[in-house]
Design a binder for this molecule. Sequence first.
Ligand code: ACO
Length: 331
Amino acid sequence: MKTSCLIRGLGHCVPETRLTNADLERMVDTTDEWITTRTGVKERRIAAKGETTVSLSHQAALKALENAGMQAEELTHILVATFTPDAYIPSSACMLSDRLGIAGRVCMDISAACSGFLYALETARAFVCLHPEARILVAATDIVSSRIDYTDRSICILFGDGAGAAIVTGSGAAPAAGGRVLDVLVSSNGGVNGLLTVKGGGSGTPYKPGETIRRDFFVEMNGREVFKYAVRNMTAICKTVLEKNGVSKEQVDVFIPHQANLRIIDAVGERMEVPPHKIFTNLQKYGNTSAASVIIAMSEARAEGFIKDGDLVLLGTFGGGFTWGSALVQF
Ligand code: ACO
């Protein structure tokens, strides 16, 4: 087991605007029945004009700070996991620092698609090892709608927007509101090209002035293949984190998998032999919020009492890259 660190507070924020399956029936050739049976999603939240990765991260961060009983001035590091930053320069973390009214902090964005929160949490753990006094804001936010083609029925039904935040510090007395991060494992395979991409506008596929937007500007995915990789890799890394820490599947009180698709969650749950009543899902309400998915779910599960004091929580993620990860948090 690596050096443990603490999650002192959690918060999340989703846009007010709802995009329901009935709305999508009017936009593309689909049905509520198809979407529900294939994905489990009933509605998602979509950013209104002016709602951005930084503005949603700010709201989630304020809630996490309040939950931790801390002020923004106490923060030493700001990490933002996102594939939809407000801008390439400045980073969303720098912009978030400004919104919080602080400067002179370590600020950086982390790109690991839907595994972004666990990559950022692992980075926070590394900072805590280097600087035991660090007080780190880990935000994970995506405005996925900014990269969705709402004429593509195979993609637009899946995703929504949202933000989550955690305040991470070094070891010490376990906080009342949060939990102890026992371990984080993250991994990747960059060799599986083309199954899940957002390329347009990058230096590999730049846009010239006056050029119209191409398909590559939006999320492109081979859903069937992604499904198989997601089930296989999320299951494997969740089993590994349990084995590595000598934790049996029976000891897991709550399992929070990436909220991409109910069928993926069911398949992983079955392979993990974790009973459905221990698995928290909120994708019915939010769809797949990418980097924000597991942190929104953990924040909501804690606020609703699904995660109780003393519970051992297992997190699992899978995303573009491909990237995947797992973590154990003791509340
Ligand atoms: N409504 C109605 N029909 C549709 C829709 C829709 N919204 N989308 C696709 N179809 C049609 C297809 O055109 C196809 O029709 P055809 O048989 O006439 O060619 C048929 O439905 C089946 O299409 P498939 O893509 O094979 O459907 P599948 O059963 O695989 O379900 C889905 C598609 C839901 C995308 C599934 O593959 C999936 O969940 N994949 C995982 C995707 C995912 O969750 N990615 C995110 C994880 S990683 C991350 O979070 C970034």
